[in-house]
Design a protein around this ligand. Structure first.
Ligand code: NAP
Length: 250
């Protein structure tokens, strides 16, 4: 193992993940930008980071697919030979619907990507970071959502439930690996201005609801990414199993 610390950000090509990749590069991490399909966005981000003097690579992998996750971690092993931080950021939402309009296929996709994908990525990270497995420790941050508490009624109860699972998983895994040098925390954003809202079927959703938010505005990807970087950092060395709301009071 050699060189600067290495971070893997799932769904790092856009939105909160991309902001996290930029701040991580600024903090001196070598950055693995995972993406599902938007190669152009991932490539442009890698180029930006490298032009600013950082080191980054992009890896295409669907976190809803175990074999692609395993291949991604093997590529990280080959490229860098170490892993210090994982941000389980990749997540999907679907069009707004009551439960009686949601198919089993949609529910399974939301759970597979948001929950199983995060657990599998965390499992592979633990195998590399845990002192029990010969690793040097590390930190994991999971992206939850305030939807876990609000419930997503009439919009996306499936997505909200997936983020409730992320909260439970964060608390449990944190306790499981606390004595093995790994801290596990979550950030729980409120309404953040990213392209994700277009997948609800309403691209102008933020403009419609922002006056109802406590700060009268949505948050930015940068505002969430700063919280992620804090939880990864040594400044949070006694913080594990925490779920940090970055929701503007929502
Ligand atoms: P976004 O702008 O829609 O970006 C999603 C990212 O995830 C993209 O990089 C996308 O890759 C990637 N991705 C999607 N499905 C994937 C898969 N199966 N495998 C690998 N990567 C995948 O999302 P965001 O708003 O930044 O959200 C990031 C996280 O924050 C999510 O977990 C979300 O649930 C959570 N969150 C967001 C908000 C919000 O208001 N935006 C609020 C609370 C929580 P491609 O570029 O290749 O498509």
């Amino acid at each position: 193992m050699s060189g600067a610390r290495v971070i893997l950000v799932t769904g790092g090509s856009r939105g909160i993940g991309a902001a996290t990749c930029r701040f991580a590069a600024d903090a001196g991490y070598r950055v693995v930008v995972n993406y599902a399909s938007n190669e152009a966005a991932a490539g442009a981000l890698v180029q930006d980071i490298e032009q600013a003097g950082g080191k980054a690579i992009a890896i295409k992998a669907d976190v809803g697919n175990e074999s692609e996750i395993l291949s991604m971690f093997e590529q990280v092993d080959r490229a860098f030979g170490r892993l210090d931080a994982l941000v389980n950021n990749a997540g999907v939402l679907d069009v707004m619907s009551r439960l009686d309009g949601i198919s089993a296929a949609r529910m399974e996709r939301i759970m597979r990507v948001n929950v199983v994908g995060s657990m599998l990525c965390a499992r592979e990270a633990v195998k590399r970071m845990s002192t029990t497995h010969g690793g040097k420790g590390g930190a994991i941050v999971n992206l939850s959502s305030m939807a876990a508490h609000i419930g997503g009624a009439n919009q996306y109860v499936d997505y909200a439930a997936s983020k409730g699972a992320i909260d439970s998983f964060t608390i449990g895994l944190a306790r499981e690996v606390a004595a093995e040098g790994i801290r596990v925390n979550a950030v729980s954003p409120g309404i953040i201005d990213t392209e994700m809202h277009a997948s609800t079927g309403e691209p102008d959703r933020i403009a419609r609801i922002q006056d109802a938010l406590p700060m009268k505005r949505a948050g930015t990807a940068d505002e969430v990414a700063r919280a992620v970087l804090y939880l990864l950092s040594d400044a949070a060395s006694y913080t594990t199993g925490a779920i940090l709301n970055v929701s503007g009071g929502r």
